[in-house]
Ligand binder design. Structure first.
Ligand code: MG
Ligand code: ZN
Length: 223
């Protein structure tokens, strides 16, 4: 019985990897950079994306695919900042997005019109780390209201990510959260991680974040 379960899981993951390769191929052909945001629930992914759309949306054509277990609240919040290009995926209970869902969301987007794609994954630091969605890179978001040991408890999410956003830095004066320790823990599991310290609420650190995003978009931005 156990052996059979493993085989099914391997087939599912192999199929996901094929679909992720198709997503990656389409994005590359259209010159779109894509980031897959993974985090626990409540780290501030949606607010970070709202602020990003508000600050960069006029200059850099962006689209968002947002996954939620049950509602499309996040997509509704994001859609207020842009006329188009927000795709909601309601996973109906599933705790991560898979490449099939992203590929389906891409069908509804005109990739020739966008340069930057965000995938806001389901809030969950465990399995989203293991599913390739065809992204350019994963970005792990965690916040100062979480423990500094998050990277040690959920190492895969930090190992698979290229970038880490430590959000809610505006709350630091009220918390015992040790930023240096959190970064050291994250580097322990992934020495190559690049960090951003942000407060999506106050805007602290968002200028650096937006500069980074501009640099990730290759070539001139068409109006
Ligand atoms: Mg969200
Ligand atoms: Zn899952």
């Amino acid at each position: 019985m156990a052996v059979r379960t493993i085989e099914v899981r391997e087939r599912v993951m192999a199929r996901n990897d094929e679909l992720a390769a198709e997503v990656r191929h389409r994005l590359a052909a259209a010159g779109v950079t894509a980031f897959n945001l993974v985090s626990s629930p409540g780290s501030g992914k949606t607010l970070l994306l709202e602020r990003t759309l508000a600050m960069l949306g006029a200059e850099l054509p962006m689209a968002v695919v947002t996954g939620d277990v049950q509602t499309q609240n996040d997509a509704d919040r994001l859609a207020r900042h842009t006329d188009r290009l927000v795709q909601a995926v309601v996973t109906g209970g599933a705790c991560h997005l898979d490449a099939r869902q992203v590929l389906a969301a891409l069908e509804a987007l005109d990739l020739s019109e966008i340069r930057l794609l965000f995938v806001e994954n389901v809030g969950n630091l465990v399995c989203p780390a293991g599913w390739d969605l065809g992204e350019t890179a994963k970005i792990v978001v965690f916040s100062t209201t979480e423990g500094e040991d998050k990277p040690l408890k959920y190492p895969t999410a930090f190992q698979r990510a290229s970038y880490a956003v430590i959000n809610k830095v505006d709350l630091l004066p009220h918390l015992d959260f040790d930023v240096e320790l959190a970064m050291a823990n994250a580097r322990q599991v992934n020495p190559d991680l690049q960090f951003f310290l942000t407060s999506a609420r106050t805007g602290e650190g968002l200028a650096e974040w937006c500069d980074f995003l501009r640099r990730q978009v290759a070539g001139p931005v068409l109006a």
